[in-house]
Design a protein around this ligand. Structure first.
Ligand SMILES: [Zn+2]
Length: 107
């Protein structure tokens, strides 16, 4: 399955915009040992019905309770009745590509 250039552009734009909704109380100063990632992630899925559904990471002081952007977007889409997807885009603030975690890959 291929995406059109327009679908790819919209998917990318919406995933980047979704980062603004990321929830992680910032640790000041940033601490690598704290429960929060200080890492914004946005995601957008394109459904077979041509709907774009976005999500962002939602973190919690209890680290395992937090949810990745990909799972927020997919869960929101499934809750809205979508079961078939064409593509997902994930955006971070990193200069380097970031790979989804194992749980998101499984989902
Ligand atoms: Zn994940």
């Amino acid at each position: 399955m291929t995406l059109s250039a327009e679908e790819l552009k919209l998917l990318s734009t919406k995933a980047i915009a979704a980062k603004a909704a990321a929830y992680f109380p910032r640790c000041l100063p940033p601490s690598s040992s704290g429960p929060y990632s200080n890492f914004r992630v946005g995601a957008c899925v394109l459904t077979e019905q041509q709907e774009f559904i976005s999500g962002a990471n939602v973190e919690n002081a209890s680290y395992p309770v937090g949810t990745c952007a990909e799972r927020v977007a997919l869960g929101t889409a499934v809750f809205a009745g979508h079961k078939q997807f064409k593509a997902i885009a994930v955006a971070t603030d990193s200069k380097h590509p970031a790979s989804p975690c194992g749980m998101c890959r499984q989902l």
